[in-house]
Design a protein around this ligand. Structure first.
Ligand SMILES: NC(=O)c1ccc[n+]([C@@H]2O[C@H](COP(=O)([O-])OP(=O)(O)OC[C@H]3O[C@@H](n4cnc5c(N)ncnc54)[C@H](OP(=O)(O)O)[C@@H]3O)[C@@H](O)[C@H]2O)c1
Length: 178
């Protein structure tokens, strides 16, 4: 079965964006050596992406051209009137059921891009297999939580860590299989 993987960046206090949805603190963070934080290697392990509609809209604002044209891209929304585009399919069916089925199909792994609401719904449904989390060395004090602020308790196993020269810390977690 293919894996559902989070690959994301968070502030030191666990936020993926400011309360207003801004991520300049992330995109503008100093990276003088130009590392890609393993992004290209990660991307090559996947052929499908999942996004919440808020993240999708943000992606369209941030990028001149759609950044994942070679992937199968699903955008989750509760509004069933959205029309699919050249690059994305809108899904308004039950998220957990849809993703559970998707994981059983043939293919490479699936990148759960975010945001927090989608991450939270899929974590709650125990569908996330791996999490690669880049902890940025800055505190926002408030913002949009990594897992949507949904109360729950889930335990993962830490497999690897990597500290970058610019104080970014990459944490790689795997689901504990009982
Ligand atoms: N730090 C990072 O690396 C990173 C990565 C990804 C995203 N982000 C940021 O995260 C922010 C967005 O996160 P977010 O948590 O506010 O929103 P989100 O998860 O991206 O999207 C929320 C939207 O997804 C749809 N949705 C959520 N739960 C659903 C469900 N159970 N069934 C069907 N549709 C559902 C709804 O769309 P409708 O309103 O259309 O119904 C909802 O409004 C953005 O600012 C983005 O830039 C940061």
């Amino acid at each position: 079965m293919r894996k559902l993987k989070v690959y994301i960046a968070v502030s030191l206090d666990g936020y993926i964006a400011t309360r207003e949805g801004k991520i300049e603190w992330l995109t503008g963070y100093p990276n003088p050596e130009g590392t890609d934080y393993g992004y290209a290697d990660f991307l090559a392990t996947t052929d499908t992406t999942l996004m919440g509609n808020t993240t999708y809209k943000e992606v369209l604002v941030l990028s001149e051209t759609f950044p994942y044209p070679d992937k199968i891209n699903y955008v989750f929304t509760r509004d069933s009137t959205h029309i699919d585009t050249e690059y994305v399919k809108f899904i308004s069916r039950d998220i957990a059921e849809f993703v559970d089925h998707l994981k059983k199909e043939d293919g490479k792994d699936i990148w759960l891009i975010g945001g927090g609401q989608l991450n939270g719904a899929l974590l709650q449904a125990n569908l996330i297999d791996e999490m690669i989390i880049h902890v940025m060395p800055l505190i926002l004090g408030d913002g949009l939580p990594l897992f949507g602020g949904i109360p729950m308790e889930k335990v993962f196993r830490l497999t690897t860590t990597k500290a970058y020269y610019n104080s970014v810390l990459k944490l790689h977690y795997e689901k504990i299989i009982n």
